[in-house]
Every structure is written in C-alpha cells, then in structure tokens.
Design a protein around this ligand. Structure first.
Ligand SMILES: Cc1ncc(C[n+]2csc(CCOP(=O)(O)OP(=O)(O)O)c2C)c(N)n1
Ligand SMILES: [Mg+2]
Length: 885
C-alpha cells in the first residue's frame, strides 16, 4: 500500500520521522519498537489495514556501531584461513588430476569458509568445554574445508588428504560427513539436503529434553546448522521452524550460506532468496540476522544519507548479483551505480580494484564474528543468520559466480595465482601447479594461534565420541508375563508391546533411558495409558486444565515428561528418534528410543532419514504398528503396508522382524537392548506390530537364539506320509499353522511349521556364507543358518507372508529344493482380514494348495489332488491375482 501512496504533505511526514529518530536517540530502540507496535495496534483498531511486514531492507541487521569485535590480531587468523582454503581446493583438485575423476566440490567451501573459520577460531566449543561440544551440522559438500582445517590443526595427515574420497583402503576420507565411516570425526550426516536442518531442530529440542529430565545438563551448549540457500527448498529444511520458535530454542543457530546459487543455476534468479528466507524465518518466530555487506561497504552506505544504494540493492534480483560477480568491476559500477548520478558519486573516488574487493557479508570475518556474537546473546528464540556470499569466491574466472561453479573441480594456473593472491597463500608461482598441502610452520604465530584457539574452546571439532557406554539389559524373565500362554485371552502384539514398554520404563537401571516417541497415534496403538504414567514432554508444563483430567489416563503434559508426542510429523518424530538414538555419542548418555508409527508411514515415508540414522550409527527401536497388507482390517491401499520389511532389507544396520506372538516381541526387545546397549552393536531394530487379536501360546523352550537369528521351528509334523516345510511370519504365521492342520486332517500330509520372523537377517547371513564358500573353494562348504535349520526337515517349502513376494523370495537361493513363495503384491484395499487374505491368496487354503502343488510336481501326489483341494476350499481357479487388478 505505502509504496503507491502519494504523500500530500512530506513536511509533516518528516516531522514524524524526526520524532521517531528522537525517540531512538533518547530512549533507545526498544522504546521505538514499542511505540511502533502500539501505533500499529491503534491503527488497526480504527480499521486501517496496515501490516508493517516481515521484511527489512536489503542491508545488515547489525549496524557498525552495534558490532562486537574480533579479539586480538585478526591477521593471523587471515593467514590460517589461507592455509585452509588452499588445502581444501588442492585436495579436490588433486582428486581429479590426471583423469582420476573422484569428484568433490570447491565452490561451496570457498563461499562458506569465513563462516567456518570464525566458528573454529572463536565460537565452536569442543568436547572438553564446560558444557560439552557444540553440535555442528556442516554443509555436506563443504567437507573439503572441514578436512583442510583438521589438517592444518594437525588432526589429519597428508596421506589422508591424498586419499580424499578413497575410503576402501582404510586410510582415506569420506566424500561427505559420514559417521558410519569416520566414527570419531563426523557427528552428523548432512549431505542428503534438508535432513540436517530438521534433525538439528529436533536435536536442540532433545538437548532441552535431556536437561529437563535431569539426564544431561544443557548449559551453554549450542546446535549450529550450516545450510545452503538452495537447500532451503527442501520441505524438511524449513519444515520444523515453528517447533524451534515455539519451544524457545535459543540453543539453536542456523547459518544459511546465501551464495545465491545452487547446482544448476541461481536459487532465485528472478527474486531474492535472502528476503524470502527472512520472511519465512521471522514469520515462524525466529530472530533473523541479515549479514549482507562486508565492512568495506559501511563507509559508502554511511555516505548515502538518502538510502539510495540500499534501495537500489533491494530492487536488484539475485540473477543480477550473480552476473555482476562473474563479469567484473566495470560491469558492477555500471549496473549498480550507473543509472543515477547520485549513486555514481558515492563511488567516484573508489578504484575498480577497491570496488571489486568490497566483500559480501558472509566473507568478512569481522561481520561474521559480530553476527555470531549477537546470536549468542539472543534469549528465548532460535536465531538464523542469512549470510550473503559468492559461490566459488576467489576462484576467479574458473568458478566465481559462474553458472557451473558447483561442479568445478580443477583450476588452471592463472586461476591458482589469482586464488593465491586473493587469499595471501604463502606459495611461490612455481609451487602452485603441484598443489602441495601446506601447514603453518611449527612455532609460527599461525600454529600457536591454532593451538590456543582450540584449547580455549575445549578441543577439536567436529568430534564424535565413538566409545561404547554400556547399559545393563534386563533379563528375559523381566517380561515373564509375556512368555506365558494368554490362554483364551485374545490380544495383539501391539498390546503385548505396550505391556512390555510399561515394564521397561519401570526398570530401575534403564527405565529412565527409555524414550517413547509417537506421531499422534498413541490412541490408535492403545498407548494412551502411558500419558499419565510417564507424562508428555512439554517445556512450559500444562497451562490449561485438560478436558479429561478426571479420568485415569488423562493427557498429562509435563516439563519432566518422558514421552515425545510429536503430532502429525513422521519426519519430525524420526528426527527425535535419531537424536535419542545417537545420544550415546552426543551426550555421553545412551538413550533407548521406541518410535511407534503406522508402519505404512515408516520406511516409505521417512526412508531417507532412516538411512541417515544408519549412517549416524543410531541405535534403538522403530516399531511399525498396524503392519501387514491384510492384517489391518478396513482402511485401504494407503494404509496397508506390504512392503516396509522389504525396504528395511536394504538398510545395512537395520535388523527387521515380523513377529507373531508376544513372546517373540519380548525376546526381540530383550535381545535388542542387549545387543545394542549392553554389547554395543551399532544397529537398529525395526519390529512390526499387529492389531489383530488372537490367543498367544507359551514360549517353547530354547527358541531365543532362533528368534534373534530370524527363524525357529514352531511345531513339528507327525512322522507318517509325505512331508512339507511351511514358513510364515506376522499374522500369516497363524494361517500357516492352520494350513498344517488342514494338510494333516484332509490329506494325511505332515508339515513342519517355521516362524521366519527375520527373513532379512537370514538372507544376509546366507549371502555371507555363500561368499565365504565361493572364496574358499577347496574347503568344506559351510551351511548358512537357514540351510542348517532345515537339515533333517524334508520336503518342499512354502513361504507365506503379509508382504510382497520379493520379501520372501530372499530365501529361495539358500533352499536347495522346490520353493513356493506367496505374498501380498498389489495395492491393498479395505475389507475384512479373511476376505483380504483370500483375495491376496495368502490364507490357509492357498497355503495348502501351494503345498499340494509342490508335492504333486515332485511326483508324491497326482495333480488331481490339487484340483480337488481348489474345489474343496471353494477357491475360484480363475480369480485374477491382485497384481492384475
Ligand atoms: C536431497 C538431495 N538432493 C540433491 C542433492 C545434490 N546436490 C548436492 S549439492 C546441490 C546444490 C546445493 O546448493 P546449495 O544448497 O545452495 O549449496 P551451495 O553449494 O550453493 O552452498 C545439490 C542439488 C543432494 N545432495 N541431496
Ligand atoms: Mg547456494
């Protein structure tokens, strides 16, 4: 509105402005802010449609006279930065020299360098700091700079730098931050863009949770997030901003590296990413610090009494800024100042060279220092620093601001010279082409500075604590009730799990380490009883009287609450799970998270975050409730999960199980705690839970090892007649047991029944055995667990699960006899379980038919017996398979 308004009385307007300036001078900015807010309220009360807006001009938030200054001599820090910058560039260039083509990125780190260096020198706390190490999420593809700094600090050696991106030999460096492969260095995998920022928000919140529950004091510890401006387009990246503001996470600082470019081109060629992000962050309740111009601009901006230059900058789009930087100083002078003599006058006494050296805010350590110092002072809000930078800064024509900057991996000699000169790298012309790795000489001011900085800040970062901290696992007896028969009582494995969780949280050793996490489905899973018992974490406490306060299981919110009730955000909930599942490494306190979700919204919804969890060496349990394509009555094709377990098979550190009975759930969780938290295996468990109610038998003797390894004999058939091996898992195991009875009663066929609750593990163990046998051709062949278990159990095999056939198929190659795999391929649909199982051809009758057909094919029965069975069980021979519907 205001920009269209023609002011009839500019003098009066000036009086208002002067009054405001007077208030700022006499009473300060807070009073001015208060007055403006009051005036806005009054205007609105009189129906004036005013909105002061979220955006500020295209200038620095912190004025020069408000800046904190770098302590001591900044020349030494500049020299240190030169070493780091050079080594980072040299490392990538060497990895791509002579046709090596290993990849890597130079342009990103050159744009973020000052922001890291200022952090390393004066801000990032290390592990010996009073409150522990800050948690730093580095931009994934800026890793060369982090390695280069570690090299200059003496943490990495030259051989490691030479082996950048060559990890197989054991002495190389990961391409990106990968704790799995560098477990004492990297803490957080960030290169799948968007996941880091979201994980960090939940991390900062989890830090508060640990503090509030008395498990680990948060103190002054911070979570720093460095992300790209292009990365901000990922929905996850900005998807949890409001949580951070709502929970007053002033332990969280985002730094967005606004180099205005992403991989293919500009982030917002026709717009302004800094302004857009300012609006989004401020709208979500964050404190926003814009860091756009370097110190050299201060004088010019001060000369510009009318604010013309900032207005001009505000009118230019990001595409203009990029082109200016790629074309040089003459173009800059023309494009920015050329169309207004008043603007031209501002820079008439400034040479082209000087003009070109005037940096953007994110490249000026003084400004970055001031921004970080200001961020640390913010109370009650998370802070974002929007730092304008140049992609490929200092790479000259080889990479600076060019469209293809992201993928430049080498620099020619002229560009190397320009780079050396720009950053004062101590190398002579003839040394450049060899791309040597360089460190400040021992005892030099730079070397001393490095030691002093990191010592004062508590040691090096990034640093991950790889040592195992053991928790005592409860014995299986602790879950005694679940190991007994439920007699006639019908219950689901979900109910069994909830009972088990109730026992676990009371355990005197590990009870307080349990972290139940739910994305708004506790009532669906019958977990609401835990609300009152454990409390739902709410830092404010409960500010209202809950509607159900008179009931037994009321909705209790509590600062000491143990449950993380996340609301409808699987992405957020899994981020909490990840923070808890890596607490052993990040807080020195192991936590045992149980994240229970709708299984359909598990791997296929948050699969990439689970992958990052594996990379992070996360431990804990993800519980896929309402699992199975036919086990979830009603609902339909977007709820009925018949693929989660197959997805899980591809996650190397995930142990996945599809249990049927309460005792299986109990053994899995007991073993899981033992393996992960007592013995220290870096794995996580995915366990499906069912909502179908049925009676549960007592645990047979001696099955614990089989449950853990993935299969055990549930019941043995009689001795007489032809024999088959029937295998199943989840609720389909009960169909398989029923099929065994039918085979015996109707056809005199004996069936051994196996629970194959851990197909993925059997498959992996089979692969390893095969691999060993292939590479030891002359030694006696080993048997995999599956083959070993089947020894002495004759007959063809039928495998039936509530999952796609590819899941069961994993076992075929280890079974040296005819195998039929049944499963639930195709879209689910709502109906009764019985109807669905018939539709997908996985019910007891189809298992019988499959067994008979196998035996007939083997010549044990006439084929007419199969036809007879089809008729007897009312199976329509022409019923199309679910895949064809
Ligand atoms: C989820 C995901 N998608 C795509 C990529 C590939 N990728 C790596 S870096 C990059 C561009 C990054 O741009 P920006 O976030 O602006 O960072 P900059 O390098 O400019 O600092 C892309 C698309 C990725 N790593 N992760
Ligand atoms: Mg970018």
């Amino acid at each position: 509105m205001s920009s269209y308004y023609k002011d009839p009385d500019p003098e009066e307007t000036q009086d208002w402005i002067d009054s405001l300036k007077g208030v700022i001078d006499q009473e300060g900015g807070d009073k001015a802010d208060y007055l403006l807010c009051r005036l806005t309220d009054v205007a609105r009360a009189f129906g004036v449609s005013t909105s002061p807006g979220l955006l500020t001009p295209y200038s620095n938030t912190i004025l020069p006279d408000q800046e904190d200054h770098i302590p001591g001599d900044s020349l030494t820090a500049r020299n240190v930065a030169a070493y780091v910058r050079w080594n980072a560039m040299a490392m990538v260039a060497r990895a791509n020299k002579d046709g090596k083509g290993l990849g890597g990125h130079i342009a990103t780190y050159t744009s973020v360098s000052a922001m890291y260096e200022v952090g390393f020198n004066w801000f990032f706390h290390g592990p010996q700091a009073q409150d522990g190490a800050d948690m730093i999420y580095f931009q994934g593809h800026s890793s060369p700079g982090v390695y280069a700094r570690a090299f200059v600090e003496g943490r990495l050696d030259e051989e490691q730098l030479c082996n950048f991106r060559q990890e197989v030999g054991g002495h190389g460096l990961s391409s990106y931050p990968h704790p799995w492969l560098m477990p004492d260095f990297w803490q957080f995998p960030t290169v799948s863009m968007g996941l880091g920022p979201m994980a960090a928000i939940y991390q900062a919140r989890f830090m508060r949770y640990m503090d509030s529950r008395g498990l680990k004091e948060a103190g002054d510890r911070k979570v720093w997030v460095f992300m790209g401006d292009g990365e901000s387009d990922e929905p996850e990246a900005l998807g949890a901003l409001s949580l951070a503001a709502r929970e007053n996470l002033d332990n969280l600082i985002f730094v967005v590296n606004c180099n205005l470019q992403r991989l293919d081109g500009p982030v917002r060629g026709n717009g302004k990413i800094v302004q857009e992000l300012e609006g989004r962050f401020r709208g979500a309740g964050w404190h926003v610090i814009k860091l756009i111009w370097g110190t050299e601009w201060d004088t010019i901006l001060q000369r510009d009494r009318e604010g013309l230059l900032i207005k001009k900058f505000g009118s230019m789009v990001d595409g203009d800024f990029q082109t200016i930087r790629a074309r040089g100083p003459a173009y800059l002078r023309e494009k920015v100042f050329g169309d207004d003599p008043r603007l031209m006058a501002l820079v008439e006494d400034i040479s082209d060279r000087e003009l070109w050296q005037m940096s953007r805010g994110g490249h000026d350590p003084r400004k970055v220092y001031a921004a970080y110092a200001a961020a640390l002072k913010v109370k009650g809000q998370p802070t974002v620093i929007l730092a304008q930078t140049i992609k490929g800064f200092g790479m000259g024509q080889a990479g600076e601001s060019v469209m293809v900057a992201h993928n430049v991996k080498k620099m020619d000699v002229d560009s190397l010279k320009a780079f050396r000169d720009r950053f004062h790298v101590p190398l002579a012309d003839k040394q450049l082409a060899d791309l040597p790795f360089i460190r400040p000489p021992e005892g030099s001011p730079e070397a001393q500075f490095l030691i002093k900085c990191r010592k004062e800040l508590g040691g090096p970062v990034p640093h991950r604590q790889p040592e195992h901290i053991s928790l005592p696992a409860p014995s299986l007896d602790a879950f005694g009730a679940l190991l007994k028969s439920s007699k006639e009582r019908e219950l689901s494995t979900t109910m069994a799990f909830v009972r088990l969780l109730g026992i676990l949280v009371k355990d005197k050793d590990i009870g307080k380490h349990i972290v139940p996490i739910i994305p708004d489905e506790a009532r669906t899973f019958g977990m609401e009883g835990l609300f009152r018992q454990l409390g739902i974490y709410a830092p404010t406490g409960q500010l209202y009287e809950p509607q159900d306060s008179e009931t037994v299981a009321w909705y209790k919110e509590d600062p000491k609450g143990q449950i993380l009730e996340e609301g409808i955000t699987e992405a957020g909930a899994i981020s909490s799970w990840l923070a808890a599942g890596t607490a052993h490494a990040n807080y020195g306190v192991p936590m045992i998270p149980f994240y229970t979700f709708y299984s359909m919204f598990g791997f296929q919804r948050v699969g990439d975050q689970l992958w990052a969890a594996g990379d992070s060496r996360a431990k804990g349990f993800v519980m896929g409730a309402t699992a199975g394509r036919t086990t979830l009555n009603g609902e339909g094709l977007q709820h009925q999960d018949g693929q989660g377990l197959l997805f899980a098979s591809a996650y190397p550190s995930c142990l996945a199980y599809d249990p049927t009975f309460g005792y299986e759930v109990a053994v899995l969780i007991q073993k899981g705690i033992e393996r992960m938290f007592a013995r220290g295996e870096d794995v996580f468990y995915y366990i499906t839970l069912l909502n179908e109610n049925y009676p549960h038998p007592e645990m047979p003797e001696g099955v614990e090892e089989g449950i853990d390894r993935g299969m055990y004999l549930v019941q043995k058939g009689g001795e007489k007649g032809p024999r088959v091996q029937l295998m199943g898992s989840g609720s389909i195991l009960r169909e398989v047991i029923a099929a065994a009875r039918l085979l015996d009663e109707d056809y005199g066929i004996q069936a051994d029944v196996w629970s194959i609750l851990g197909i993925n593990q059997l498959h992996r163990e089979g692969i390893l055995t095969e691999d060993w046998n292939r590479h030891h051709p002359e030694q006696p062949a080993k048997k995999c667990y599956l083959e070993d278990q089947l020894t002495g159990h004759d007959g063809p095999v039928v495998i039936c699960t509530d999952y796609v056939q590819a899941y069961g198929e994993q076992l075929r190659r280890f079974i040296n006899r005819p195998v039929t795999v049944l499963g639930t391929d195709g879209f689910g649909r709502s109906d009764f379980r019985e109807v669905l199982r018939s539709f997908f051809k996985v019910d007891r009758y189809h298992v019988v038919v499959a067994a008979l057909k196998n035996l007939a094919d083997e010549g044990h029965l006439p084929l007419t017996t199969v036809t007879d069975a089809l008729g007897k069980y009312g199976i329509d021979q022409e019923a199309p398979h679910a895949l064809s519907r």
